[in-house]
Design a protein around this ligand. Structure first.
Ligand code: NI
Length: 254
């Protein structure tokens, strides 16, 4: 059985068949999926999904590109959601200099605030960092309270940065991108980082693995990611499933 550590089943791409798809996950070998909030409204939708489906857990948080909406009051609302049983992480939070909006000072302010929310709530963090490696590392170092518990989602940086974040306590979220023809750097990262530090994720509906690249993604395609990791590391699919599932349970404490 596998665990999808990062999904967005609240997305409208699932409006037609969400019920059937989610109900069918355990039968397809996906024992749990963690739905990730990206703003206040998708965090509320995440809470609702966790209340409806026994095998859906959730993270609440505001993605860097949506941090312009954050206020102290909304941070209080996130904190209230964090106290719910099936809300098991704060995320996705971080910095995104690819879209580069809102201005960087706003992104940084709320990244720091949400990191501290996670510490205060004793929850792990799910980090989104794109084209912002240096500032992300600096903020993580400045805000650290001991080792981190969390996932660097959709990891896109160098093997050197991978080694550094793993040393800080993070797991790397590996998904469909690793199957892409141009994923040379990520393949190197997966080869280098111990399996004990890797978790599976989809980021669905985005980033479907080959041969479904460009189509709607879902947790049902995770076996293609398992196959690729097994191939890179020269180990069995069963070992990839067993270890990444144990890792997901460990980082999310479920
Ligand atoms: Ni995501």
């Amino acid at each position: 059985m596998i665990i999808d550590t990062h999904a967005h089943f609240d997305d409208k791409a699932f409006n037609e068949d969400r019920e059937t798809l989610l109900a069918g996950l355990p039968e397809a070998g996906v024992e749990l999926a963690v739905n990730i909030g990206a703003n206040m409204s998708t965090s509320a939708a995440t809470v609702a999904l966790t209340e409806k489906y026994p095998h859906i857990y959730g993270a609440v948080g505001v993605h860097p590109s949506d941090t312009a909406e954050l206020t102290d009051e909304k941070l209080q609302q996130l904190s209230a959601w964090c106290k719910k049983d099936k809300i098991i992480a704060v995320g996705e939070i971080g910095l995104d200099y690819y879209w580069d909006t809102p201005e960087r000072e706003i992104q940084k302010k709320w990244f720091r605030a949400q990191l501290n929310l996670a510490f205060d709530e004793n929850l792990p963090v799910v980090i989104h960092s794109r084209d912002a490696a240096a500032d992300t590392m600096n903020i993580l170092k400045e805000e650290a309270r001991g080792d981190y518990r969390g996932i660097m989602h959709c990891f896109s940086y160098s093997p050197e940065i991978a080694a550094e974040v793993v040393k800080m306590g993070f797991y790397l979220g590996i998904g469909g991108v690793v199957t892409f023809a141009n994923a040379k750097k990520l393949v190197e990262v997966v080869a280098q980082i111990p399996l004990e530090r890797i978790v599976l994720e989809t980021d669905c509906p985005y980033l479907a693995p080959v041969p479904y690249r460009g189509k709607r993604n879902s947790s049902l395609y995770l076996p293609l990611v398992v196959d690729k990791i097994a191939e890179i590391k020269g180990i069995s699919k069963e070992e990839v499933e067993r270890v990444t599932t144990a890792n997901a349970r460990e980082v999310y404490n479920i």
